[in-house]
Design a protein around this ligand. Structure first.
Ligand code: UDX
Length: 480
């Protein structure tokens, strides 16, 4: 039987809330703190403010019993053995991470410490943050023997956050003292010993009792850099495949075949090689900029990350040009849009490439009818409903009388669409797929003009796309 630890989690965003629910699922006693009273009320009353698979189940399983919500950081700190800081680290004007929330929380924790605590950075932070937190706490008069600061970065993805947490590839613990490392190892013991997976109704996922997640113990600085470098590397992989997709388009090759070929090299691996309209979300854009800034501060030229960002921006522009190539002019054209969130499986629209494209369409005078299985509410806060922008409840209404249909994120639900029905609904059967979700020959076979990223276009005889728009693609045009 694993030993229960009292944990406070400060911040109830994606990372904080998921960590709180998962720690409770692992058998610990958790108190989740947020200064947003309305959010705490919602959580206490059984609401779940984010769209995340398994989160409602875990919260209802453990609410009141193992996980509580409060705005009172002081008493939460006093009751806890470990305090996880999971507050936002937004991007500042210079691109660096704005650490003012972390600073404020650290000072507040310091004022409440009454016995030994391990303060754990869970938010993504630049190297040296750990040292800063330690200094802030010391400056507030807390004796050195009453606390340690450790780093335990979180690698969860939105949409699969609970499974990523409970079935992690690895658990990184950056600690300077054995006392702090020991407490963190104890917290993760239900996972690392495999006990969680043989328990009653564990959340299913890739890990098992026979293959539990490994722990990697490092210095605090290495742990901080591991997090930034992981996100920067994944973003680099995406920009890399996107540039390769552009070469494929020009050369007449299929980027999906190329990605498969590259990914079969075990040194490279098949993941994060999906070409499209670029990466978005609350992490990659912010973390690439923050890591670039860290490099600058320590005197290292990380020009590669500039290129990664530039390619990511370009990818949206190129897609937009592709839409223009299919439609000629924009003003007054009706465009159906599938997907608004920054990727499928989430309602998060932060830095969403899909919303960027929609804004460009609206700016050019298009009339947009958009459908997303979860992100409608959040999108409305950024692009309110108007005579130009309508939100609809299903893909067929989005396509109704449209001059073209755009696919802008990768919801699995879009694969279930009856495209034959959709064909009759569209004014012109043109689909422009920014996430390479569909199969070009199948779409051509159904009579669609189908354009995607880094693959041959399937153009129906009547849809003459002037060759000056698609200079090198003439040879690839399949006529059905
Ligand atoms: C990411 C990291 O994956 C996660 O480890 C970290 O903790 C937080 O940041 P997340 O932002 O939830 O997670 O999304 P992710 O699934 O990584 O996708 C990020 C963006 O890249 C999305 O816009 C997605 O559509 C895009 N993407 C992803 C691609 O364009 N191609 C790919 O092959 C993979």
């Amino acid at each position: 039987m694993s030993e229960q630890v009292s944990i406070a989690v400060v911040g109830s965003g994606y990372v904080g809330l998921v960590a709180a629910a998962c720690f409770a699922e692992m058998g610990h006693r958790v108190i989740c703190v947020d200064n947003d009273e309305a959010k705490v009320r919602v959580l206490r009353e059984g609401g779940v403010p984010i769209h995340e698979e398994y989160l409602p189940e875990l919260l209802s399983r453990h609410r009141r019993n193992l996980v509580e919500f409060t705005t009172d950081l002081r008493s939460a700190t006093q009751d806890a053995q470990a305090i996880f800081i999971a507050v936002g680290t937004p991007q500042s004007k210079t691109g660096s991470a704005d650490l003012s929330y972390v600073d404020a929380v650290a000072s507040e924790i310091a004022r409440s410490i009454n016995s030994y605590k391990v303060i754990v950075e869970k938010s993504t932070v630049p190297v040296y943050t750990n040292e800063w937190i330690r200094r802030v706490i010391e400056r507030n008069g807390v004796p050195r023997e009453l606390f340690d600061v450790a780093s335990n970065p979180e690698f969860l993805r939105e949409g699969t956050a609970v499974v990523d947490f409970l079935h992690a590839d690895r658990i990184v613990i950056g600690a300077a003292t054995e006392r702090a490392a020991e407490l963190l190892r104890r917290i993760y013991e239900p996972l690392t010993s495999g006990a969680y997976y043989r328990g009653q109704s564990p959340v299913p996922g890739p890990r098992s009792e026979a293959d539990p997640p490994p722990i990697l113990q490092t210095s605090t600085k290495a742990a901080e850099i591991i997090k930034h470098a992981s996100n920067a590397f994944l973003a680099t992989k995406i920009s890399f495949i996107n540039i390769v997709a552009n070469i494929c388009e020009a050369a007449g090759a299929d980027v999906e075949e190329v990605a498969r070929g590259i990914g079969m090299d075990t040194r490279i691996g098949p993941k994060f090689l999906r070409a499209g309209i670029g990466y978005g979300g609350s992490c990659f854009p912010k973390d690439v900029a923050a890591f670039r800034h860290v490099a600058e501060q320590v005197g290292v030229d990380f020009g590669l990350l500039h290129e990664v960002e530039r390619i990511n921006e370009e990818q949206k522009v190129r897609f937009f040009q592709k839409v223009r190539s299919a439609l000629w002019t924009f003003r007054g054209k009706k465009i159906g849009v599938l997907g608004l969130a920054f990727k499928g499986g989430t309602d998060d629209i932060r830095e969403s490439p899909a919303l960027d494209i929609v804004k460009r369409l609206l700016h050019e005078g298009c009339i947009v009818r958009a459908f997303d299985p979860a992100a409608e509410q959040r999108s409305k806060e950024v692009i309110p409903e108007s005579s130009q922008m309508e939100y609809v409840q299903d893909p067929y209404t989005a396509a109704q009388d449209a001059d073209a249909l755009l696919i802008l994120n990768d919801w699995k639900d879009f694969l279930e669409i009856d495209f034959k029905r959709l064909h009759h609904t569209l004014r012109y059967p043109i689909i422009i797929d920014g996430r390479n979700l569909l199969d070009p020959p199948t779409m051509a076979g159904m009579g669609f003009t189908y354009l995607s990223v880094g693959r041959a276009n399937s153009v129906q005889p009547l849809d003459t796309i002037p060759t000056y728009f698609l200079p090198r693609e003439r040879e690839n045009i399949k006529r059905s």
